[in-house]
Design a protein around this ligand. Sequence first.
Ligand SMILES: [Zn+2]
Length: 142
Amino acid sequence: MEAMKHMAIPTEKQLDSTTISYGACKFCHQNFALEVLKEGMSEEKLEELATRKCDCNEARNYLSREKKRDKVIGNIVELFGEASTTSTILIEQIDRIASGNVLKVTVDSGNGYKGTLQMTSKGALKVERSISRKLSKEEMYE
Ligand SMILES: [Zn+2]
């Protein structure tokens, strides 16, 4: 067991293509040593990685929100496909709906499908695909 613990310390085992950079948690600003590629990494990415390593309450809340967000994105993609306009628009609106700034978003893609994203009264983010295909014919009669 002791040997396993020792092996988990990364500083000695660093790969040639990587280097150690420092990033701070975006909430409590605690610094973390991060193994990153030598090409470097943007400040934003370092901050994101540090936040994901951090154990403060805000960072844990943030991570659990991100996980929920990923699940909602998964639901949207499952119903509307990865590259569809409806998916893109609904994914863009997740944060607005989650924060209560927008109650409901409906996207009519014009191909007979409508996508709706809304917060339910139970606090769930609900994605819905409805089919609104009408058939009609018109003939000038006057
Ligand atoms: Zn933190």
